[in-house]
Design a protein. Structure first.
Length: 141
């Protein structure tokens, strides 16, 4: 009886090991979809309006250029609506059910852009709280 139960358990585990990766695999988007999304991500005109209120221009040729920004520049980017708006637009237009060929590899750009957007939200929230704390200390001292 125990041998039969062990056999069933092993068979189940083997089936999970074989079929789980296939269930989690995501197909690549069709080439025309990948090309369209890639052209949007690398469209400098999409980010040409990305300027801060102080008049500082942020050079962005691709959305992922912001990953190389210093902390200060990243915060400027995230606090500027003309910079964040294109990212929000992309968030709603990139398919989530397929991988997009981008710069030579199939990537889940929907997830990457979502992560970048949430990093912006987290960064600006932390900076805003720090600003508030600084103001409270200044006025209370």
């Amino acid at each position: 009886m125990q041998t039969g139960l062990i056999s069933v358990v092993w068979a189940s585990l083997l089936a999970l090991c074989v079929f789980m990766p296939m269930a989690g695999a995501v197909a690549e988007c069709p080439a025309d979809v990948s090309d369209l999304i890639q052209s949007k991500l690398d469209d400098t005109t999409l980010f040409i309006t990305c300027a801060t209120d102080s008049g500082v221009r942020l050079k962005i040729d691709s959305l992922f250029d912001v990953l190389d920004f210093s902390d200060q520049r990243f915060l400027l980017f995230c606090r500027t609506s003309s910079c964040v708006k294109p990212m929000q637009t992309l968030l709603h237009n990139i398919p989530t059910n397929c991988l997009i060929d981008y710069h030579g590899s199939a990537r889940n750009l929907s997830e990457e852009i979502t992560t970048l957007y949430h990093k912006c939200v987290k960064t600006t929230t932390a900076a805003d709280l720090a600003d508030e704390e600084h103001l409270y200390r200044y006025f209370l001292d």
